[in-house]
Design a protein around this ligand. Structure first.
Ligand code: PEP
Ligand code: MG
Length: 430
């Protein structure tokens, strides 16, 4: 049998638009055997200061400085030159070449948007050459684990232009469903029930960046009451069948030791925020809180983990930025019990896998995540199944760039057939 030649023959990048109408980078990698992989980098709005650099042109004029001509020409130049001739089947070696070429800890020379698009496209091309689906190629095809979708049905913070609550994301997690397909259906039904409820109450049903509604509520708890009512109206049991996950994204309302809850006219310190979260966890079926404290408030995080870490998943996003060095510190100091996994925070598939593995090795949760600025790229859906993370967040069960991830998971569940398992409540480890 002739060996399939997976040598990288050509790499091409172009500028495309993301879901916010901002330019982003798409890369195509073609192999000697003719197989091709295409992938696009997403982009955050509430980005952590410790994330790897997202390289943009910075010149006012073209897309108001948000252009990506530089990353595009880096891929079509230096990156193509360095990677051409390497074996796409060796993902780690290809990613190491990217890391070496960049030469900084934070992808400051090439930009994580450049490296990630290429890294993901390499994996796709290699999977295509091997005649395997991406989730099979990236993981163990005999153990596909379909994640609980944490669906963001009510948007606040910067994702709603500060018109809604201070907390950025209110998500529903249908862990009681028997399959992923059912979980998605339940979520969509609750989304529609919430829309009806909002209309009845005279709220706007306009949506934020991730497709959730963005009503001008008067507190950060009102969305929780609305969501519990929507769950019940759709015929499901809050707590038993559907959990609630929060991402306050608190770095965005934190300055110098003070958390400013503008909606409620209240300023709290870390201990005040911890009391608040404890109360919320006592009152509502909250299974997960992401970025409850700010990105460098390690002491505040520890307080929170000591207070409710035994019963609520506490996920570090801006705190850990998918970076093994920061995750290691978190594990050492006991500041959280889970990590959010965003591939573009670190910039290669291999480094993203390392972050998931480190979390799992320490019995921490790993929740894979989209960005608020997305494309229809579905890499994270396959990645979640392959890494068996048990949960992922990809926005509302509405809007093309969000549902495309969920729709891909429907395809995967079907492809996996009898081998498919739905993570259910175990998707949230606590
Ligand atoms: C998805 C998120 O938002 P962004 O992409 O804007 O960082 C988040 O904070 O988890
Ligand atoms: Mg977050």
């Amino acid at each position: 049998m002739t060996q399939i030649d997976t040598t990288i023959r050509s790499i091409h990048a172009r500028e495309i638009l993301d879901s916010r109408g901002n330019p982003t980078v798409e890369a195509e990698v073609t192999l000697a055997c003719g197989a091709m992989g295409r992938a696009a980098s997403p982009s955050g709005a509430s980005t952590g200061v410790h994330e790897a650099l997202e390289l943009r042109d910075g010149v006012i004029g073209r897309y108001n400085g948000k252009g990506v001509q530089r990353p595009v020409s880096l891929i079509n130049g230096e990156i193509r030159d360095a990677l051409t001739g390497l074996d796409a089947g060796g993902q780690q070696a290809v990613d190491e070449a990217l890391i070496r070429l960049d030469g900084t800890a934070n992808k400051e020379n090439l930009g994580a948007n450049s490296t990630l698009a290429v890294s993901m496209a390499v994996a796709r091309a290699a999977a295509a050459a091997a005649g395997r689906r991406l989730w099979e190629y990236l993981g163990d095809p005999t153990e596909p684990l379909l994640p609980v979708p944490a669906m963001n049905i009510l948007n606040g913070g910067v994702h709603a232009n500060w018109q809604g609550p201070d907390f950025q994301e209110y998500m529903i997690a249908p862990y009681g469903a028997p399959t992923f397909a059912e979980a998605l259906r339940w979520g969509a039904e609750i989304y529609h029930a919430l829309k009806t409820l909002l209309k009845e109450k005279g709220y706007s049903t306009g949506v934020g960046d991730e497709g959730g509604f963005a009503p001008a509520v008067s507190s950060n708890t009102e969305p929780l009451d609305l969501i519990v009512a929507a769950i019940e109206r759709a015929g499901y049991r809050p707590g038993q069948e559907i959990g609630i996950a929060l991402d306050p994204a608190s770095s965005s309302f934190y300055t110098d030791g003070a958390y400013e809850l503008r909606t409620e006219g209240l300023t709290l310190d870390a201990a005040g925020m911890v009391d608040r979260y404890r109360e919320l966890a006592d009152t509502y079926p909250i299974v997960s809180i992401e970025d409850g404290l700010a990105e460098d408030d390690w002491d505040g995080w520890k307080l929170l983990n000591d207070a409710i870490g035994d019963r609520v998943e506490l996920v570090g996003d801006d705190l850990f930025v998918t970076n093994v060095n920061r995750i290691e510190r978190g594990i050492r100091e006991g500041t959280a019990n889970a990590v959010l996994i965003k591939p573009n925070q670190i910039g290669t598939v291999t480094e993203t896998i390392a972050a998931v593995r480190l979390a799992h090795k320490n019995s921490w949760g790993a929740m894979v995540s989209h960005r608020s600025g997305e494309t229809v790229d579905t890499f994270i859906a396959d990645f979640t199944v392959a890494m068996r993370t048990g949960h992922l967040k990809a926005g509302a069960p509405a809007r093309g760039e969000r549902v495309e991830k969920y729709n891909q998971l429907l395809r995967i569940e079907e492809e996996a057939g009898n081998a498919a398992r739905y993570a259910g409540r175990k998707g949230f480890i606590r």
